[in-house]
Design a protein around this ligand. Sequence first.
Ligand code: GLC
Length: 503
Amino acid sequence: MTQHPLNLLIVSSEAVPYAKTGGLADVAGALPLALAKLGHDVILLLPRYRCVSESSQSFQSVCRLHVPTPQGSIDTLIEEDVIPVSEGEYRVRVWTIRNDAFFDRPGLYQDWSNDYPDNLDRFSFFCRATIEVIAYLRTACRWNTHILHLHDWQTALCAVYLKTIDRDRPEVQGVHSVLTLHNVGYQGLFPGEQFDKTSLPRSLFTPAGLEYYGSVNLLKGGIIFADYVTTVSPTYAREILTPEFGFGLDGVLRNRADQLLGIPNGIDIDRWNPETDSYLPAKYSVIDRSGKRMCKQALQREFHLPESSAPLLGVIARLTSQKGLDLVETIIPRLMAMDLQLVMLGTGEPELEDKFTLLQSRYPHRMGLRIGFDEWLAHRIEGGADIFVMPSRYEPCGLSQLYSLRYGTVPVVRKTGGLADTIVPWTSKPGQAGQATGFHVEANTTEALLAVLRRAVTVYQDRSTWDHLIKAGMTTDVSWARSANKYDELFVSLVRREKRSVS
Ligand code: GLC
């Protein structure tokens, strides 16, 4: 439990089970519940996309608010869904901001692969509305927002408003903003001519403000104006201070280095539990893993592969260069010469999709491929594979390697960001049995990846070492509990304005 219960307003552009395009949704769906379990009063704020309306029937209307925009005031309806936590002992309130012209669309940010041209209007509106929600909560509900927890560029403007155009409003005094960066590669960049859509004064469109080589950069604004900045692993928090990983914002981030903390993500251990997972053809636990063999056979059948005992490699990823899938593509012919099988699930860059499709047709008895995304199959790959491959060029935290640990599927990961922090690498040195949980690929090259995969396949033949790897992984604590405590410490220290260390 927390020492200091707070009112937390968590603002995200997506959260499971309401709306999801990526890992952000998993975090924004699970973290509020973990914080509520600690005793905080949590409200999660989301845009009311079409999929949100389709995901729950139980929304109740709360109020109507006037949101100031450059086109004048626009009305928005706020509706509430309540998620009970721990058998109803706690709850998280989910409030949605309605504006059908902006959000009642098939996609969250884009249709097909084109961004909506009015994304700056849409997310400026969402952020302006958030400030009105803070004011409403204080005046109508006597609920003072202690921490405004923002996620990624879509919500970054809230931090800017609090410190600039809304600074003197009595209803928003004392709110501490924390911005969490899930991927600095996505910054919310818009043409400079559109700056006025933010409602901010032109004086902020400078290099010291939201201007970025002539464009508007929302994430930059959030990093400058938030009271505190966090990201999703300690290693990524250090990496983004360098030009290689900062995507042009490393200088801005270095200015905030004293108020920047990396807190690794957890996973929802109820949804990802091989002992109860209803997607799996057989259940298993760290003590009795016989079900995992059945999961492997079922997965081989699913992909029309022979039911061999050779190691089965799994990949689940967006097919993009961030995820290093181009490296996998290059080494497939050499991998296929080894005694192993490979199954892949993902969607992404059309060129990579075509290349993998072609490769699969060349090696139909060795390689299975499903283009698309399918939650059911993702669980079955985690359950059935022996080795999980995640060669990301950069990875703020990564979630799939955590699912793999829990499912006894040994991860082979690039040593970067959250992958470096969450996987303990195997080495041939004696005395580390029982600690290692996977393999690190040091360099971002095909040769390095191939060499580590070869090593993993060799170690796989040594049943006792492999058993240690699986057991260490399956017993690693990957739940939200530890990370939620770190957020709790940070939030409480910000509110108390203590200078104590939170790392
Ligand atoms: C982004 C990052 C991923 C992280 C997730 C949740 O999708 O790319 O590494 O795990 O956000 O924080």
